[in-house]
Write a protein that binds this ligand. Structure first.
Ligand SMILES: [Fe+2]
Length: 267
């Protein structure tokens, strides 16, 4: 019997172990590339309250996270741990798009499977690097805001594209150059190199969000600028801090009009 794309994506979301999750994503990718996955007899879509995470992961509110002062070992450990966690959650975000949004084109699923596989590579790069500092994933508390944002936008692919890749992940493009600068100044050159690789890939990931956001607007005959801005307001994203990274955002499919709006209307 052939495996089903949505069922194995769901299995990967709820897998608790790191190894189980990464293996599941790579299996999805290889089966998809050999056209061995069906879309029949699928598990029904439902609200997944929490993705599978290793037992040691402690979820706290964002305000209770440890400080990330790069001048001492624990600070750089906390910093790399926070990024490692973002990449772990990014795997869930990619898988959830595949699992949840049905009846899309082959091109759509190919994009999201490739993206999710790249998130696995990002996680492995950072998780391996974390060990070089003597820490393990789970040694520091983490927050679950990215998954909560996915849950809030679970009923609309258009909203999901606007708030996850085109808001939360695009924010990563804005802050990455200054983070890399801080790391360089503090002498963490390997960390900086890993961040540069992730930054380059993330431009592509945000670009995938822009591509499908635009395609959905066109299909629904909606003005993409007005739609984007109204979704940002609906979700309360009205206080984007400057600076924004125009160059990276343009490469990731933002329009000049959207970027001008950010520059003039936001803080
Ligand atoms: Fe990533």
């Amino acid at each position: 019997m052939s495996l089903n794309l949505f069922n194995i994506s769901h299995d990967a979301i709820i897998a608790n172990s790191i190894e189980g999750k990464l293996n599941a994503v790579r299996e999805i990718s290889s089966l998809w590339n050999s056209k061995s996955l069906t879309k029949e007899n699928s598990i029904e879509v439902y609200d997944i309250k929490s993705p599978g995470r290793p037992e040691v992961i402690k979820i706290v509110h964002k305000t209770d996270l440890p400080k990330r002062n790069l001048n001492h070992r624990e600070g750089i450990g906390a910093f790399i741990h926070a990024l490692t966690h973002i990449e772990f959650e990014a795997i869930h975000l990619g898988l959830d798009v595949i699992f949840r949004f049905r009846n899309m084109s082959e091109d759509f699923y190919s994009d999201w499977i490739n993206l999710t596989e790249e998130e696995c590579t990002h996680f492995e790069l950072l998780n391996g690097h974390l060990k070089e500092f003597g820490y393990q994933y789970g040694d520091f508390p983490v927050h679950a805001e990215l998954w909560e944002l996915a849950r809030l936008s679970k009923n609309s692919l258009l909203e999901r594209m606007a708030v996850v890749p085109r808001m939360a992940e695009a924010r990563g493009l804005d802050v990455s150059p200054s983070m890399q600068n801080r790391l360089r100044k503090a002498g963490y050159l390997k960390t900086e190199k890993i961040l540069q690789k992730i930054y380059e890939d993330e431009i592509g990931h945000v670009g995938i969000g822009s591509k499908w956001f635009a395609a959905l607007c066109e299909e629904k005959k909606q003005n993409s600028f007005d739609t984007y801005i109204s979704i940002l307001h609906k979700y309360g994203f009205t206080e984007l801090r400057k600076p924004i990274n125009r160059e990276a955002r343009l490469a990731a499919g933002f329009t000049e009009k959207e970027l001008d709006y950010f520059e003039t209307s936001l803080k």
